[in-house]
Design a protein around this ligand. Structure first.
Ligand SMILES: Cc1cc2nc3c(=O)[nH]c(=O)nc-3n(C[C@H](O)[C@H](O)[C@H](O)COP(=O)(O)OP(=O)(O)OC[C@H]3O[C@@H](n4cnc5c(N)ncnc54)[C@H](O)[C@@H]3O)c2cc1C
Length: 383
């Protein structure tokens, strides 16, 4: 027996994760009269650095923001001139036409932290329970779902949505499939603040972003909000790097030595400009879910965004797909109040999985041509 047939009549929705996907879903459902609780592992809204700049596409991210009645706030906080994108080679020469195809439908840019803050601020105070690390999701005999939370009382809900990103705990209740490491780890670093304006890197970048591309490796540089310049070095290293290489990120000399070794064949003029960074690094091992994996739908339990279909950032779609999932799930739940929640979820999952199979293939095609990634999936012809 499940009690989640009528969620708007006293049923509760628990969303695990207050990232862009979870916070968007919370906003959409709250506006439509659902009782929502968001459980977030971070200790506070600004407890953790939230990453660089993302663009919201008209047909996905912006659509969800519009449905959440946040288009005006987004227009105020996003940067339209930041969507300019150029591709340069390892000597700094323009590569006309290269890479533009992934950016031609780009939208205004917003820092991930600003996007998340905008969404959280729009939620009723207290809706997000911070410092709630969900460890296990299990089904009760009455059909409800029970969330076990580290060091806290368990929470019970009629519908649980996993929006808890790449390391999702909700996913374990739906499937055994796990993300696969692509072989490429991004090392993020900030250009030194005194160079954010009036420097060669600043002039090269302008207000947008530049991808420097060599054989199977890139350095992606982006202007973020408040002038900040952030870059990502791509390193072909084993999973678990740098620990598996015997050092950690605080050993900044070792990190920069790995970067210099990777890009040793690049023009010193270009590399000099791109290694003038602050000595605080972050690593991002890029991972992907298999393009065609599916799970058996379960009443009252689903997932969206990176929890469901994490992919590398090669096509810049991750956040857009998370927001679109949130919109589609909210619409599916609302579409027909008489329809069983289980049917709404199954329909949502079918559509999301079909869409993301294509998106993952397109992303891995870019990964193959830009980084030589081959995980053995049939990717079809390049899009
Ligand atoms: C460095 C970097 C650059 C990126 N660049 C782009 C880009 O240019 N364009 C683009 O579209 N996408 C980009 N992405 C991807 C994009 O950020 C993600 O696709 C997007 O954030 C996914 O949103 P989400 O809400 O599904 O998951 P997440 O953003 O991962 O949010 C998950 C939330 O769940 C919380 N959580 C995790 N585990 C638990 C738990 N057990 N209990 C409770 N809470 C939990 C986390 O703290 C987090 O707040 C980038 C990602 C990174 C890391």
């Amino acid at each position: 027996m499940t009690t989640c047939g009528n969620l708007r009549d006293g049923g509760t929705v628990a969303i695990v994760g207050a990232g862009p996907g979870g916070a968007t879903l919370a906003r959409l459902l709250d506006r439509r009269g659902y009782t929502v609780r968001v459980l977030e592992r971070d200790a506070s809204p600004d407890g953790r650095h939230q990453g660089g700049s993302l663009d919201l596409r008209p047909d996905s991210g912006q659509r969800a923001i519009g449905a959440a009645a946040l288009a005006e706030t987004f227009a105020e906080r996003s940067r339209d001139d930041a969507k300019a994108f150029r591709m340069l080679d390892a000597d700094g020469h323009e590569m006309p036409g290269q890479g533009q195809e992934t950016h031609e439908d780009a939208g205004p840019e917003i820092d991930r932290g600003d996007l998340r803050a905008m969404l959280i601020e729009a939620l009723p105070s207290g809706m997000v329970a911070w410092d709630h690390n969900v460890e296990v999701v299990e089904r009760q005999l009455d059909g409800k779902w029970r969330l076990r939370i580290e060091g806290r009382d368990a929470v019970t809900a009629d519908l649980v949505v996993g929006a808890d990103g790449i390391g999702s705990r909700v996913r374990a209740a739906l499937t055994n499939v796990q993300p696969i490491y692509t072989g490429i780890t991004m090392v993020a670093a900030y250009i030194r603040p005194e160079l954010w304006r009036g420097s060669r890197i600043s002039d090269t970048l302008g207000e947008g972003s530049v991808m420097f591309a060599g054989a199977n490796k890139t350095i992606f540089v982006q202007r973020c909000a408040r002038d900040v310049i952030l870059l990502y070095y791509s390193l072909a290293v084993p999973e678990g790097w740098p620990k598996c290489a015997g050092f950690d990120l605080s050993d900044t000399g070792a990190v920069m030595a790995a970067v210099r070794e990777t890009f040793r064949d690049w023009s010193p003029r270009i590399l000099g400009m791109l290694t003038d960074v602050q000595d605080r690094f972050q690593v991002w091992p890029t991972s992907v879910m298999p393009p065609d994996y599916r799970w058996d739908s379960k009443p009252g339990l689903t997932m969206l965004g990176d929890a469901s279909h994490v992919m590398p950032p090669f096509t810049g779609k991750g956040v857009n797909l998370a927001l679109l999932d949130a919109l589609d799930l909210a619409d599916a739940l609302v579409a027909n109040p008489g329809r069983a929640v289980a049917d709404a979820i199954a329909g949502f999952e079918r559509d999301m999985q079909a869409r993301t199979s294509q998106e993952i293939r397109a992303c891995l095609q870019v990964g193959r041509s830009a980084y030589g990634i081959d995980l053995g999936f049939d990717l079809g012809k390049p899009a």
